[in-house]
Design a protein around this ligand. Structure first.
Ligand code: PGA
Length: 257
């Protein structure tokens, strides 16, 4: 099994002191789990200070969003190079909350992915179906469409820098986690799409995370699925102890593989 990636998506939570404290705890604990790649994605205003806390630790920093332009008159936005400037390695793009509340389409996500790669960031690109789409048996089609659109025109070298995050919308923040079989099915489809467009080795190399109500209690089973290479964790990443239990589960999955 490749080195799993467990990323904490703090969303619009915590204040500055809480962000520093949480980052420090994760940085301190992460040294015990070198088999796992750990990343934290704090709110943009805390990126700089959290980046300082994580410096000299094995924990990587990530943004939650970025613009597709390098600079200019885009009030309120952040460019990928600004994220790099404060120490980001990753950036979450196309999260369902951005698609739902801020109208981000696959085309917009694709522009952002290209800009992020251009700046040297590794985009964590989120895909996933709504409950309505799942119930209408459209999951596979939705995933295919998002894959084609959000990841259009990426070279082989570029796709290897991309992390995919399968996040069924109905599982995000709801406590309703996908069953390991439901997750594995979509992860296997993504692997197949990568293989069809690129090649077998590339398909195997790309990290595909699962996200949506990942908790210490369900992480082990999800992470033991053959095509689940990590987790994008929202709610449970806000408590160091819960988050580190998920990191520990990822370590155990590596050991068992
Ligand atoms: P959740 O969020 O773990 O709180 O469901 C996951 C995400 O949106 O990345």
């Amino acid at each position: 099994m490749k080195r799993p990636l467990i990323a904490g998506n703090w969303k619009m939570n915590l204040n500055r002191t809480q962000a520093i404290t949480l980052a420090a705890s994760v940085a301190q604990e992460a040294v015990h789990w070198p088999t796992v790649h750990v990343a934290l994605c704090p709110p943009a205003v805390y990126l700089d200070v959290v980046g300082q806390v994580l410096r000299n630790s094995p924990v990587a920093l990530g943004g939650q969003n970025a613009h597709w332009e390098t600079a200019g008159a885009y009030t309120g936005e952040l460019s990928p190079s600004m994220l790099v400037d404060v120490g980001c390695v990753f950036v979450i793009l196309g999260h369902s909350e951005r698609r739902q509340y801020f109208g981000e389409t696959d085309e917009v996500v694709n522009r952002k992915v290209k800009a992020a790669l251009e700046a040297g960031l590794r985009p964590i690109v989120c895909l996933g179906e709504t409950l309505q789409q799942r119930e209408a048996d459209q999951t596979q089609q939705v995933i295919r469409t998002q894959f084609e659109g959000s990841l259009a025109d990426l070279s082989l070298d570029e796709i290897r820098q991309v992390v995919l995050a399968y996040e069924p919308v109905w599982a995000i923040g709801t406590g309703k986690v996908a069953t390991p079989q439901q997750a594995e099915e979509v992860h296997a489809l993504l692997r197949q799409l990568l293989q069809q467009r690129y090649n077998e080795a590339t398909a195997r190399a790309v990290i595909i995370q699962y996200g949506g109500s990942v908790k210490p209690e369900n992480a082990a089973e999800l992470l033991s699925q053959p095509n689940v290479d990590g987790a994008l964790v929202g709610g449970a990443s806000l408590k160091a102890q819960d988050f580190m239990r998920i990191v520990a589960a990822a370590h155990a999955a590596v050991e068992d593989a």
